[in-house]
Design a protein around this ligand. Structure first.
Ligand SMILES: Nc1nc2c(ncn2[C@@H]2O[C@H](COP(=O)(O)OP(=O)(O)OP(=O)(O)O)[C@@H](O)[C@H]2O)c(=O)[nH]1
Ligand SMILES: [Mg+2]
Length: 159
């Protein structure tokens, strides 16, 4: 009984069992902020403003009765914020690396982002590379994508 009460008390103090930090990075304009707002609020903004520095959001999900709180760091893709973005990787468990399928340079720049990630947190982090804006005309062709996936992937899903 006492055990249960303690558990209940700590449950009330804490709205989660685990906290997971996820950092979202990628070139400016690829759609990071909109991916996050779609995920959190199912909202899309056609005229969203470029992120300055970093913005934060939380989302708690339940997996097998365990509450996992995602702390999502929406970083600024603009080059002038690169130094501070590099300081945001600390303690992150996952990185969502976004590029724009309709903007070839953002695909080429993935290499630089991956190198920054490795320099700052090493290899002990899960990285998901996401090609956004699939509704627009594609400037990254299938062969390029397939080669990229072949060279870089462990667990990959593509379509
Ligand atoms: N067509 C289309 N436009 C998108 C999509 N996702 C985002 N956009 C548009 O792309 C522009 C940039 O989106 P943001 O989410 O602000 O980009 P960001 O990566 O956060 O940019 P920074 O904050 O500067 O790093 C906005 O005008 C969005 O409306 C998409 O999937 N399709
Ligand atoms: Mg943004």
């Amino acid at each position: 009984m006492l055990k249960n009460e303690l558990k209940t008390n700590s449950y009330l103090e804490n709205d989660h069992d685990y906290m997971v930090k996820v950092v979202v990075v990628g070139d400016s304009g690829v759609g990071k902020t909109n991916i996050i707002s779609r995920y959190l609020k199912n909202e899309f903004n056609e005229n969203s403003k470029s992120t300055i520095g970093c913005e934060f959001a939380n989302k708690t999900i339940r997996v097998a009765n365990i509450k996992i709180k995602f702390q999502i760091w929406d970083t600024a893709g603009q080059e002038r914020y690169r130094a501070i973005t590099n300081s945001f990787y600390n303690y992150s468990k996952g990185v969502l690396l976004v590029f724009d399928l309709s903007e070839h340079s953002s695909f080429v720049n993935l290499e630089g982002w991956l190198s920054d990630i490795e320099k700052n947190i090493g290899k002990e982090v899960s990285i998901l590379v996401l090609g956004n804006k699939s509704d627009k005309e594609r400037k990254v062709d299938k062969v390029e994508l397939d080669n990229y996936i072949k060279d870089n992937s462990k667990n990959v899903k593509s379509d």
